[in-house]
Design a protein around this ligand. Sequence first.
Ligand SMILES: Cc1cc2nc3c(=O)[nH]c(=O)nc-3n(C[C@H](O)[C@H](O)[C@H](O)COP(=O)(O)OP(=O)(O)OC[C@H]3O[C@@H](n4cnc5c(N)ncnc54)[C@H](O)[C@@H]3O)c2cc1C
Length: 318
Amino acid sequence: MSESIEFAIVGAGMAGLTAAAMLRQNSRRVVLLDKGRGVGGRLATRRAGESRFDHGAQFFTVRDARFRAAVDQWRAAGWVTEWFTETGHTRYRGTGGMNGLAKELAKPFDVRTQTAVTRIEAADGGWLLVTGAGDEIHAGNLLMTAPVPQSLALLAGCLAALAPDVFEDLRGIDYDPCFALLATVEGPGLVPAPGYVRPETGPIAFLADNTRKGVSTGPAALTIHASPGFTRDYFDAPHEEIARLLLEAAAPWLGGAVTAWQVHRWKFSQPITPVSAAFLYSATPAPIAFAGDAFGGPRVEGAFLSGLSAAEAFLALH
Ligand SMILES: Cc1cc2nc3c(=O)[nH]c(=O)nc-3n(C[C@H](O)[C@H](O)[C@H](O)COP(=O)(O)OP(=O)(O)OC[C@H]3O[C@@H](n4cnc5c(N)ncnc54)[C@H](O)[C@@H]3O)c2cc1C
């Protein structure tokens, strides 16, 4: 199949969905392509039996007025709710899990999920995107919101034609990896209200009970995020070993036997070398911008602001 569109957005996470909303408000025709089974990217929620786990972002905070305006609308719609407040910042969660927010945001759009872009080339003053299924999409304008190393790999054949300062900035962006161990235990568990602990030492960075959090029902459903150091050290270790070590460290909060577990490995969890620009834009070899949490700040809010700023720049330029 071959088709031509005005705007292609690679990635239907927070950055891509926010950019799509701004472009659509201004009557631009946008298609989003995402390799995932569903939308949301790192706004991820997984079901296992009766239980539901947020296994990517656990919550988000709000600092910027533009994000505040959006979050107020999402709260009014019932898509997000407050989880807890710490050091003066309210932590919000998706009402039925973080992914539910992405699903709501994606509803108005032409989103092609399970569509991995495997190669991108400059062609005829625009872009040619080739998908895993062999489909070809010609786009006048391109917004890349995948983690930056993945975007660079897709564009490998035309990196030399990008504006040199843009390429230099992109090349320097790196991310921490993160294991998410999802475990159900017998009984209510011992994670105190409102449903999280942040151990100060050891391999666990953050441990949440999705049931106490309000995302799951039934017995305790734990998301255990490993520290970046532990994840790097055990990145290729067997899942059994990773689970054993993390469950050992989580013992004070289990309160019952572990009934099921699975390990998810985030290779690109959070950027450690974000750039200060809200997005990067190159007019050559054809209009392209890079957005996501590596630009606006390493969190959900940063991804939102980055997507918004990139879309505004496209609208101003074209
Ligand atoms: C473990 C973990 C914990 C976190 N905790 C928090 C937190 O507590 N608070 C907070 O604010 N933030 C947190 N974050 C960060 C937050 O999730 C991200 O900042 C935000 O969701 C990034 O959105 P994005 O749109 O930039 O990228 P993503 O959500 O990664 O979206 C990029 C999309 O691109 C798609 N994609 C990639 N390659 C291709 C391809 N070749 N073809 C098609 N599609 C492709 C992916 O499938 C993905 O959906 C956490 C992240 C992780 C992983």
